[in-house]
Design a protein around this ligand. Structure first.
Ligand SMILES: [Zn+2]
Ligand SMILES: [Zn+2]
Length: 350
């Protein structure tokens, strides 16, 4: 490569992003260098932009969902070569700690994460190359492949929930990328109802297009009452919270039926607590799930779901923007105007 520098969006702190010119990294023996063709904005990026994130200590490279073309490989790399279209997951477990040994690699003590999707080039670290990087088939676009990381978490959450045919599911925060993937998965599992709750009518329309059986905007309707009335007064068999907001956590808890399952998917700020009605949890015999990230098995399965078209990846992409406009994309996400935006470094700045 003749070019020595690249443009990369740096995270300098909450509300502070800057497009900088930095050297293109060179791959170590076990690494792969990728020219990024598409990256997607994620709820986690929006969260970090708003209030910071414990995994992103500024100044740091930003963004973690991308796909691109291999342009250089380290001396030890055998299974990837220059010109291959690839998508990496954003993390890899150590494979030797307690949690890794018992198959809970998502809880690995030494998970390594990779950032730098909003840039022209990115390094894929060795552990991610070895475990969690895939060659993209021709019929899948770079943008479609980019949604691998959030889908991994959804696959993980769905494997925990084991939704049964005929069950009634309510998703709180259904119009976001995570909620829309849960929606598609729940329908595939045979849910008889998938009730979509979201504060954005624009995003509820996307949920409707993807098969939501009822749409509820808490700005107009009480979501708990609405979900109960749609389920014969009982509440949903399964509620999934994917908004990352305290109110949504409580809605998920209150709108589930006796004996039902609640999954709190969206993380709240560290130290944040919610009021839990212990009487309801105990006599209602509720099952309450936290869920975080995914294992290499989930990564493999998520990749298959994208390739097969079972998950409509394109439906989650509201539009595309050049690298210069990452901040605008995140603001649009925060306002609920879009689901996800594709960031394409090859698009000219407007
Ligand atoms: Zn993400
Ligand atoms: Zn580990």
């Amino acid at each position: 490569m003749s070019q020595e520098n690249m443009r990369a969006m740096m995270f300098l702190g909450p509300g502070d992003l800057e497009l900088q010119e930095i050297p293109i990294p060179k791959p170590e023996p076990d690494q792969v260098l990728v020219k990024i063709h598409a990256a997607t904005t994620c709820g986690t990026d929006a969260k970090a932009y708003r209030r910071g994130h414990h995994l992103m200590q500024p100044p740091t490279l930003f963004g973690h969902e991308f796909a691109g073309e291999v342009v250089a490989v380290g001396s030890e790399i055998k299974n990837f070569s220059i010109g291959m279209r690839v998508v990496p997951h954003n993390s890899a477990p150590c494979q030797v700690c307690f949690h890794c040994k018992i198959g809970q690699e998502n809880l690995c003590e030494h998970l390594i994460f990779n950032f730098g999707a909003f840039a022209e080039y990115a390094i894929i670290p060795g552990p991610i190359v070895r475990l969690n990087t895939f060659e993209i088939p021709d019929h899948i676009s770079y943008t479609q492949a980019s949604i691998l990381e959030p889908l991994v978490s959804v696959v993980h959450g769905q494997r925990i929930l084991q939704i049964q045919p005929g069950e009634r599911v309510a998703i709180i925060g259904a119009g976001g990328p995570i909620g829309l993937m849960h929606l598609q998965m729940a329908l595939r599992s045979g849910a008889s109802q998938v009730i979509a709750v979201d504060l954005s009518d624009t995003r509820l329309k996307v949920a409707e297009k993807l098969g939501a059986t009822a749409l509820i905007n808490p700005n107009g309707d009480d979501p708990v009452e609405a979900i109960r009335s749609l389920t014969g007064g009982l509440g949903a068999d399964v509620t999934i919270e994917s908004a990352g907001a305290k109110a949504a956590w409580l809605t998920a808890l209150k709108a589930v039926r006796k004996g039902g399952r609640v999954q709190w998917f969206g993380g709240l700020k560290s130290g944040e607590t919610i009021d839990l009605d212990t009487h309801w949890v105990h006599y209602g015999e509720l099952t309450l799930y936290g869920t975080f990230h995914g294992t290499p098995l989930d990564v493999q399965r998520a990749f298959e779901l994208i390739n097969s078209g079972v998950i409509d990846a394109q439906a989650l992409i509201s539009g595309e923007l050049p690298l210069e406009r990452v901040e605008d994309a995140l603001k649009m996400m925060i306002e609920g105007e879009v689901v996800k935006m594709a960031i394409r470094p090859d698009l000219p700045a407007q």
